[in-house]
Design a protein around this ligand. Structure first.
Ligand code: PGA
Length: 266
């Protein structure tokens, strides 16, 4: 089911870490470090909303780094103070993270909202990177499989076969995310446990569609990924890349991870 070649994917989620000037300096530093590197992967950076236009402008001539948004509202338009609509990110972003655990918590996002956001993005030609994963309590209660099954089930209930080809799923156990205030443990899952959940995601996709469609789906891992541990995760079968938080705001670490991942994903 996962014997197809996938283009590796490395996504940097800057969260609200970099102020305006720092965002631009950071993206210039990444660009410089990648100057002599042949890029075989999709490399995506996700700045905060106010920085999207300038980061996109700074990368306009770059064929190596693409731009994504960190979130978008599930409604296409309306009176939602403080939220950002798809039309407002569309000129700048070709990718968008959906249902990150921090976004879910902040915006009271349900599984249906996650699905609807992914469908809205697909309709607008933006690639959704949909985050799924269990909380610390769910892990302790051994409910990981149940939780991910529920999340993928709801997501796939709205996605067509054509949409699936453009979808990315990121498995992010919430307890493994560094800096997560409520659930963060400082621990990471065993790479083989990640491979098991990635396989589960593909099996569920194969049941809903078929093995061929499931094999084509890109699935990545996120949570405390660093240059020193990334190889163990992307060497696992079926893991097509990584979603990075803290390592993505360090230019040297980010580029080191890009180099490692694109040499290992198949
Ligand atoms: P982290 O964040 O790499 O800092 O753990 C990952 C994420 O939240 O996407």
């Amino acid at each position: 089911m996962d014997d197809m070649a996938h283009k590796a994917l490395i996504v940097g989620n800057w969260k609200m870490e970099l102020a305006h000037k720092a965002s631009l300096e950071h993206v210039r530093a990444v660009k410089k470090l990648l100057r002599n590197v042949e890029i075989l992967a999709d490399v995506v950076v996700c700045p905060a909303f106010p920085q999207l236009p300038e980061v996109a402008a700074a990368l306009k001539t770059s064929t190596k780094i693409q731009v994504g948004a960190q979130a978008v509202h599930w409604e296409e338009q309306g009176a939602f103070t403080g939220a950002v609509a798809i039309a407002q990110v569309k000129p700048f972003a070709a990718w968008c993270i959906v249902g990150h655990s921090e976004t879910r918590e902040l915006t009271n996002m349900s599984e249906e909202h996650v699905r609807d956001t992914a469908m809205l993005l697909l309709k607008h030609g933006i690639t959704p990177i949909v985050c799924v994963g269990e909380s610390l309590v769910e892990r302790q209660a051994e409910k990981t499989v149940e939780r991910v099954t529920e999340q993928i089930g709801t997501l796939l209930s709205g996605v067509t076969r054509a949409g699936l080809a453009k979808l990315v799923v990121a498995y992010e156990p919430i307890w493994a995310i560094s800096g997560n205030l409520k659930d963060g443990t400082g621990e990471m899952p065993d790479p083989s446990d990640v491979a098991e959940i990635v396989l589960l995601i593909r099996k569920l996709t194969a049941t809903r569609f078929d093995a061929e469609a499931a094999g084509r789906l890109r699935v990545i891992y996120g949570g405390s990924v660093k240059p020193e541990n990334v190889s163990a995760y992307v060497s696992e079968p079926g893991v097509n890349g990584v979603l990075l938080g803290s390592a993505s705001i360090n230019a040297v670490q980010f580029v080191e991870i890009v180099k490692k991942v694109q040499g290992l994903v198949d």
